[in-house]
Design a binder for this molecule. Sequence first.
Ligand code: AMP
Length: 284
Amino acid sequence: MKIAKTIEEVRLQVKEWRAQGLTVGLVPTMGYLHEGHASLIDASHRDNDRTVVSDFVNPMQFSPSEDLESYPRDIEHDAQLVEAHGGDLIFHPEPEEMYHKGFSSFVDMTVLTEELCGLSRPIHFRGVCTVVSKLFNIVQPDRAYFGKKDAQQLAVIRHMVDDLNMNLEIIGCPIVREADGLAKSSRNTYLNDAERKAALVLSQAVFLGMDMVRQGEKNCDVILNQMKAHIQSEPLAKMDYVKIVDCETMQQISVLDRPALCAMAVYIGKTRLIDNFFTEDIEK
Ligand code: AMP
């Protein structure tokens, strides 16, 4: 397993694999890898001959008030995890390698990025679409793997690939959770003991919502009101949003008459956490 710091190294390696007729999967990450990331690497390892994991905290998707500087990083640990899960190459560039002086081209998307996380993080998806496009161009994978944990991101990437005729397949992978339900996230390391306990309101609200859907509730307000009441019962939690949207358009709906996404962002202390469920994934 190799760590490449430059675009040229990645290109040379992928060219060599292509010359041997091998398929390539890409798992884009911001590093500080956990079992959620590992599940994407496992999926890529299953589907492809070679797997590239990008490990890059992308400055472009953070606004000045966000946690770019404090975002956790540990490339040695990441390298061990990638190797243990069958990854073949880590792409770990410096920001200057990805954004040279004078960088001025962006991939911007309307509509889908204007709801949910896009409302509280207005420049976020432009940064995500731009860096993911660059990674697709650098690696030119057959398939790329994204977690349903970042459900809006997955929808945005699928839409971008479709809009811009990018020649690869996007694979969405299930949310990996801690034993008590909390969705795994690199940002969970910010939580102190009391916050870690309080953070359970997110997954508990998700399970509550899923149960109501399973029992046949179709009225989105009825579902959302119960979920919100549960989150509000936790003093350390401050709701950013809890919404039910059409899976593809990310626009709010009031009745569950089509495949929907129920997504939330909640501050636990200063840490903003997200969780969600897709109605289509609920086993009847
Ligand atoms: P990040 O490093 O947080 O940017 O995440 C990189 C990729 O891993 C994204 O596609 C995430 O959706 C995915 N991911 C992060 N946490 C989880 C999780 N708990 N379960 C499944 N996928 C995840």
